[in-house]
Design a protein around this ligand. Structure first.
Ligand code: PLP
Length: 218
């Protein structure tokens, strides 16, 4: 699907949900994609991208940044504390704040450097053992803990279980955000971003629908 098609589907979903035009940010998820495909999307004007590994992002984005203005990079994959400093230097936003140890590390580095990307707390709405994210029942306390650390929490993020109805998970994430006074909702991928927009997504993370299928499993 072309980038133009995706952006017009986003606009249509915004208007169907009575959302303001432009209220949803498209994050083009470029993980594992060959550089020429990423460059083609940059050439079409897209500037907001998502990567799920710090290492991969570090290998590819400094060069693109030197050639294209206004790039905004979002890290959307699980983050190890020993990569936190590099992640904070590389990215404008991190969507995977999911545990106290990472929160305290980010807070310490933010104090030390005077800089912190926008942060999203990942919620494991499906309570899946293999998936990152704070459990729904622990979300309120963790959000409070992050606020007590002065972290710039913009909102919440989730990845619904593949085999379940995504809308239930999007609605749960929206409910947790609302009761905590958070406006950002990072939810919706290639197969369900319109559903996510109907339920309040402010950031959709779309990979394969823009770039085509990824080779490999990541
Ligand atoms: C890969 C990935 C996406 C994009 O998935 P697609 O189905 O290719 O759109 C979105 N969010 C996260 C966290 C991802 O790892």
């Amino acid at each position: 699907m072309s980038l133009t098609e995706i952006t017009s589907r986003i606009s249509a979903a915004e208007s169907a949900a009575d959302r303001a035009p432009g209220s949803v940010k498209l994050i083009a998820v470029s993980k594992v994609q060959p550089n020429d495909r990423v460059e083609a999307i940059l050439d079409q004007g897209q500037r907001v991208f998502g990567e799920n590994r710090v290492q991969e992002a570090a290998g590819k984005w400094p060069d693109f940044r030197s050639r294209f203005d206004g790039i905004e990079l979002h890290l959307i994959g699980p983050l190890q504390t020993n990569k936190a400093r590099q992640a904070m230097e590389l990215a404008e936003a991190i969507h995977s704040v999911d545990r106290p140890k990472l929160a305290t590390t980010l807070a310490r580095l933010a104090q030390e450097t005077g800089h912190c990307p926008d942060l999203f707390i990942q919620v494991n709405t499906g309570e899946e053992a293999q998936k990152a994210g704070v459990l729904p029942k622990d979300a309120d306390a963790f959000i409070q803990q992050c606020r007590d650390l002065d972290l710039p929490i913009q909102g919440l993020m989730c990845i619904p279980p593949a085999e379940e109805e995504a809308s239930l998970h999007f609605a749960l994430l929206a409910k947790i955000a609302t009761r905590n006074g958070l406006s950002g909702l990072s939810m919706g991928m290639s197969g369900d971003f319109e559903t996510a927009i109907a339920l309040g997504a402010t950031h959709v993370r779309v990979g394969s629908a823009i770039f085509g299928a990824r080779s490999g499993s990541a």
